[in-house]
Structure formats: structure tokens, C-alpha cells
Design a protein around this ligand. Structure first.
Ligand SMILES: Cc1ncc(COP(=O)(O)O)c(C=O)c1O
Length: 498
């Protein structure tokens, strides 16, 4: 077997525990049709595509050349040449005695460039920023601030530090969970600096440096950054086109011994998938048996867009999982600038979260907690309008994309704020790189993957106003042409009229 000194500089192959794939499973992933000629190139392209799509995970050990030869009905020379090509491109590393392992090459689609999270930075005025999924403030937020200002003097005589959160805010969050059928005491609730602050505190309360955490792939990039920066090790749980593969997760837990699992069951970011009720129950059982703590992110739960009300959606994950820590947020429901979120801890579990929080921050702003209390108490009245607004943005953007980039494949999500689009070619990195010259800023698909990859995917949040959607579609079409290396004949970009 040819060997090389790989992994070479920048190449990323190690993602924790060793995974293997059988020749049979690899053949199934490659599909049953004949390979494009020459066959070695067809096989190499097929495997590279599986890596780019995130279906073949980095770190997976490939079957031996001999078993692949038998299973695929190809000659040993063809299989050997395909692996040689993949080694040359950096998608496979081979070590004598331990076989060939799937890698990502250094460079634009490699891990080094997929570490960054999504943090809004200054955007030139003529560029439309599609890197983050958040709407402008909901109707009713200003009025809630005005009412809360009248409440504030009650608190000005106190020190103002309260790492647990205001009693009335915790009670309002607990009542919101109760309305969703999940008995919750205010003592289980900690008010945090957004769901992100809640995630950091929960992980710190549950994990030690070096511990493994199961993470959906693709997932929310800032969560991945938090996991990596805290030196926990992310173990990918590949999402399928329809959602969560409970059996594969069970195997992943057994192999990795992950102590926690970060899940987004409601309008998953970026795919928009919703975990159905039987899967919630099955997964909760698997996690309980593995002694793995579910950390459930419900940031998008209120943004079900198909005439959904609080009672018409699947029960909260925690209803099937007494050990779950649930993260919530005011950020998508009402406004990201509130920077208010919450943790619903298991019974008796809030103290550990509060203690862990001390190394992160010392509490959440009082005025904003009052605003969120006010908004929570208004219940469905504001949410109906919020969902209508998000729905009209989604529908306008879907129409624009179907018109301007008809070969991008997208499934219209039933909620959340994201379109997860499959590109006809694995040129997502190029797309993100050139997008700004076409007047849009995009996140790379690789930012959503535990090990990068996802170069066939792009996330387009539907947060622009409906009357900007057509312009976004045009700019994305221009960017896509640039990414394909086909310079458009004219730069068909008109300035955005706000
Ligand atoms: C899945 C998910 N969790 C958490 C957050 C962060 O929420 P917050 O603004 O409440 O910190 C986001 C923001 O985009 C998100 O998409």
C-alpha cells in the first residue's frame, strides 16, 4: 500500500474516536449507478463528494483496498488509483499499519478556516449581510421597554447583581414552560446573557476540559466555537435529510463516551429540521442509557411558521428527559439586542449552572429582564404577528431564489429563520469568498460542520424584508456565476433601496 507522510501541514484528520465504515456502507453511500469514466476518477470524486457533504466524516477509517475491490466490483488498480488521487488532494491520509483515514485538506474547505463563528462585523453599506439569522425587533418591544422603565425604580435601590435572574422573570419563564405542558418551578430557571451565555454556563457545569460532547453536524457555528474554545471535543452526529439517526447516535455515544449532547430539535440551525415526537422519546432514552446529558437549544422554538401555536408543536425535549438542560432565548422571538436567554435546569440542577456562570458573567441586565418578563406575559398576542412577519420574509426569499438560482435545491422549512440550500456543485467556499463583490456577505457551509466540509451547502437566512428579497436573489445569482468562474457579462447589481 502506498504511504505518505500525511497528515501534512494544515490537513485535518483527527476528530476524536476512531470511526470505521464498512465497504458495504460505503458502496451504499456511493449509490448504485455506474461510476463516471475513468472509473478511478469517478470513485475518487464520489468519495470526495461524500466528505464535502458531510456524509463521510473526517476521521473515518476507510475499508481496505481489497474489500473495496470486492464490494465495488472494481479492479485493485482502479481502487488504488482513486485512493492515490484522494491522498494527493488531501482528502485521505494513509499510515502503514492503520489504513486510510478520511481528512480535509488544508485551505479554504479545511478545518483551519472553519473554526470561526458567526459574529456580525462591520458591513459596507452597499453589502447585504446574510451571515446571521435574526430579525429586527418585534412590534411591541418599544412599548415593553417603556412599561419596564416605570418598573425599574423598584430595583435601583438594590445592588443589581443577581446571577440567578429576577424572580419575576424566572416565574414568567417557568409559566411559559408550563403552558407548553412541561411542569417547571422558577427555582429551575436561570436567566442568562442570551442562549449563548446559557450554553457556556451549562457546558461548564457539566464538562471538564477534554470531555467529549456529541454535536449535530451541521450545527450552529457559535456553539461549535464555544465547544472548541473551552477545549471540549466535539463528536459529530450527522443529520440526515430527514433528521436525527437515533441508531447512529447510539453507536456514536458508545464509541465516544460523550458526556453531553448539544441538540437543536426545533427548527434546527441551519437545516430547519424539527425532531418529531417519537424521535424525541427514542433519543431521550438513548441519552439516558448512555448517561449523556442533553443540552437542548430551543432558540427558534417560537418561530414555527405553519400556523403554529405554542400548543400545536411537539412537546419540549425535556418532557421525555428529566436530565435535560434546556436553553431558551428572547433573541429570535423578540429581539437579539435584548441579550436575554434562560436555562431550564433539571430539578436541583440550577445551582451548578449558577456556580459555573460565575466565571463568565455576574448576571443579566435588569431592565432587559423586565422587558422580557413583559413580553413573555403577553403570550401569543405578539407572536402571531412575529410569525406572520417571518413567514412573509421566508416566502419572498424562497420565490426569489427559485427564480434567480433555480439549480440550488432547497426544502422550505416549517420554521426558524434559515434556508439551507444545496448547491449543484461543491463550490460553497468560492461562493462565500466572492459573494461580497456581488453585494452579499455569506457564511460558508463549512462553518456549520463539526469538521468543516459542507462545501455543497450555503445557509441563507430569510431575514431581509420581502421587498429586498428579489435583490438578494439577483446578487446571489451573480455571486454564484462568479464562483463558477463564469464572469457575468454585466454586473447586474443595483444598489439596495432601504
Ligand atoms: C441555535 C442558536 N442558539 C443560540 C443562539 C444565540 O442566541 P442568543 O442571541 O440568545 O445568545 C443562536 C443565534 O443565532 C442560535 O441560532
Amino acid at each position: 500500500m502506498p504511504t505518505s507522510g500525511l497528515p501534512f501541514k494544515g490537513q485535518s484528520c483527527d476528530s476524536g474516536p476512531v470511526r470505521t465504515i464498512s465497504a458495504r456502507s460505503l458502496a451504499l453511500l456511493l449509490g448504485s449507478g455506474p461510476l463516471p469514466r475513468p472509473a478511478y476518477r469517478g470513485l475518487a470524486d464520489g468519495i470526495r463528494r461524500l466528505v464535502s457533504d458531510g456524509r463521510l466524516l473526517v476521521g473515518t477509517r476507510l475499508p481496505s483496498e481489497r474489500t473495496l475491490t470486492t464490494e465495488l466490483g472494481l479492479s485493485r488498480t482502479t481502487v488504488g488509483a482513486a485512493l492515490d488521487a484522494l491522498r494527493d488532494e488531501g482528502f485521505v491520509a494513509t499510515r502503514r499499519g492503520s489504513g486510510s483515514v478520511v481528512c480535509l485538506p488544508a485551505g479554504p474547505s479545511g478545518l483551519a478556516l472553519s473554526q470561526a463563528g458567526l459574529i456580525p462585523t462591520d458591513v459596507p453599506p452597499d453589502v447585504i449581510d446574510l451571515t446571521y439569522a435574526a430579525l429586527p425587533a418585534a412590534a411591541g418591544v418599544t412599548a415593553a421597554y417603556e412599561r419596564s422603565l416605570l418598573e425599574l425604580p423598584r430595583f435601583l435601590a438594590t445592588a443589581g447583581y443577581d446571577p440567578r435572574g429576577l424572580a419575576e422573570t424566572r416565574a414568567a419563564v417557568a409559566a411559559w414552560f408550563e403552558d407548553r405542558g412541561l411542569p417547571t418551578s422558577p427555582d429551575q430557571v436561570v436567566i442568562t446573557s442570551g442562549a449563548h451565555g446559557g450554553l457556556s454556563a451549562v457546558l461548564r457545569s457539566q464538562l471538564e476540559i477534554g470531555d467529549r460532547i456529541l454535536v449535530e453536524s451541521p450545527t450552529y457555528p457559535n456553539a461549535l466555537v464555544g465547544v472548541r474554545r473551552s477545549a471540549y471535543r466535539a463528536v459529530p452526529a450527522q443529520l440526515t435529510a430527514t433528521g436525527w439517526d437515533v441508531e447512529a447516535i447510539e453507536v456514536g455515544l458508545r464509541q465516544s463516551g460523550a458526556r453531553a449532547a448539544y441538540l437543536i430539535p426545533d427548527h434546527q440551525n441551519p437545516t430547519g429540521l424539527v425532531m418529531d415526537a417519537p424521535t424525541r422519546q427514542a433519543l431521550a432514552g438513548v441519552l439516558a442509557r448512555a448517561n449523556t446529558v442533553p443540552v437542548v437549544d430551543e432558540t427558534f422554538v417560537e418561530l414555527g411558521l405553519e400556523d403554529e401555536t405554542t400548543t400545536s408543536r411537539p412537546s419540549p425535549f425535556a418532557a421525555s428527559s428529566p436530565a435535560a438542560h434546556t436553553l431558551g432565548s428572547a433573541g429570535k422571538t423578540w429581539w437579539g439586542g435584548l441579550r436575554v436567554g434562560w436555562v431550564r435546569a433539571p430539578r436541583g440542577g440550577a445551582e451548578a449552572v449558577i456556580e459555573a456562570r460565575h466565571s463568565l458573567d455576574l448576571g443579566t441586565a435588569v431592565l432587559e429582564q423586565l422587558v422580557v418578563t413583559d413580553l413573555l406575559r403577553q403570550g401569543e398576542s405578539l407572536l402571531t404577528e412575529r410569525r406572520r412577519e417571518a413567514r412573509s420574509r421566508r416566502d419572498a426569499l424562497v420565490t426569489a431564489l427559485r427564480q434567480h438560482v433555480p439549480d440550488w435545491r432547497l426544502t422550505v422549512p416549517s420554521g426558524g429563520l434559515n434556508l439551507w440550500c444545496e448547491l449543484p456543485e461543491a463550490r460553497g467556499d468560492e461562493l462565500a469568498r466572492v459573494a461580497e463583490s456581488a453585494g452579499v456577505r455569506l457564511a460558508r457551509g463549512g462553518q456549520f460542520g463539526v469538521e468543516g466540509g459542507f462545501t455543497r451547502w450555503v445557509r441563507v437566512p430569510f431575514c431581509v424584508a420581502p421587498d429586498e428579497a428579489d435583490e438578494v436573489g439577483r446578487r446571489l445569482a451573480t455571486a454564484w456565476q462568479l464562483a463558477l468562474g463564469e464572469r457575468p457579462t454585466t454586473r447586474d447589481v443595483t444598489p439596495l433601496i432601504a
